[in-house]
Design a protein around this ligand. Structure first.
Ligand code: C5P
Length: 275
């Protein structure tokens, strides 16, 4: 049995620059990853794709699951017939801005690459990732990086590993395409210069406004996070609805988590750290 973690992705900043002819948007983003997420496991003696974990129900019978698509693309690209069964353990909320499906697809590619002795920097693996979705290349490496283009053009940047993070999702699934479609077309400028925490602090997420128009509760999550002491930055990730707060101190994070759980017991709330 081979297992592979699929860490949750955060966009510490996401600046949308331009609508493209192909329907995608040119953007500049700062990708980071946290120490929690889904996992995928390969069992050579089984077949098919099984889904387990607290958010398994959200994917049941749906075409959203990128794991079998990643396995099929890997098999086709490398000419290795797909054998074995894959179990996806879904710990992250679905359609939540944490790149769950992209991270699962990327972890599937890493898992199969390890199983078949293919180097993780093989350009064919990147190509598989790129065709599966805009965030899948970033998730393939799961390291802090600046992303441009659709998000697939990556430049590594030094991380801030261990920084305390609180993730809060108001249990509203938000589809990506309608949020991008609601962007007002205003280019508000590039990512700021500086190290990871400076870019996070001085940056924006240009998808916050269109996501809030679809799910106004995102504004409540951000107001609550911004009201807590010790918050360095609170922002929505990706196309939402999950919001993150970065803290200088784990005690402030714990106090904020307790306040969220007390006031909104139905919201999903996770204390974690940057990788
Ligand atoms: O690439 P992916 O399939 O994950 O993108 C999902 C949708 O999000 C796209 O169909 C598009 O509507 C939107 N998108 C975008 N610009 C990007 C990335 C995604 O408009 N850079």
């Amino acid at each position: 049995m081979f297992t592979e973690p699929a860490p949750a992705k955060l966009n510490l900043a996401l600046h949308v620059r331009q609508r493209r002819e192909d329907g995608y948007h040119s953007l500049e983003t700062l990708f980071a990853f946290v120490a929690d997420g889904d996992t995928v496991a390969l069992d050579d003696t089984a077949s098919g794709c099984a889904i387990a974990g607290p958010f398994a129900g959200a994917l049941d019978g749906d075409g959203d699951n990128l794991v079998p698509r990643a396995a099929a693309r890997f098999a086709e690209t490398f000419g290795i017939p797909h054998g074995g069964g894959i179990t996806l353990t879904k710990c992250l909320p679905v359609a939540s801005g944490l790149g769950g499906g992209s991270a699962d697809a990327a972890a599937t590619l890493r898992l199969l690459a390890r199983r078949h002795g293919i180097a993780l920097d093989d350009p064919r693996l990147f190509d598989c990732a790129d065709r599966l979705g805009s965030d899948v290349p970033a998730c393939l490496y799961s390291r802090t990086a600046l992303g441009s283009g659709r998000g697939e053009s990556l430049t590594p940047i030094a991380g801030a590993a261990g920084t305390p993070v609180l993730l809060v999702n108001p249990r509203v699934a938000v589809a990506t395409a309608p949020v991008f479609a609601g962007w007002d077309g205003q280019d508000r400028g590039p990512l700021p210069d500086g190290d990871l925490l400076t870019i996070a602090r001085d940056g924006r997420n240009d998808l916050e406004a269109p996501a809030k128009a679809i799910a106004p509760v995102i504004g409540d999550v951000l107001d609550l996070l911004n009201s807590r002491s010790g918050v360095m930055v609170a922002r929505m990730s990706g196309s939402g609805a999950t919001c993150f707060a970065l803290f200088a101190d784990a005690h402030d994070r714990a106090a904020a988590a307790a306040a969220v759980r007390r006031s909104h017991p139905n919201w999903w709330c996770l204390e974690t750290v940057l990788l």
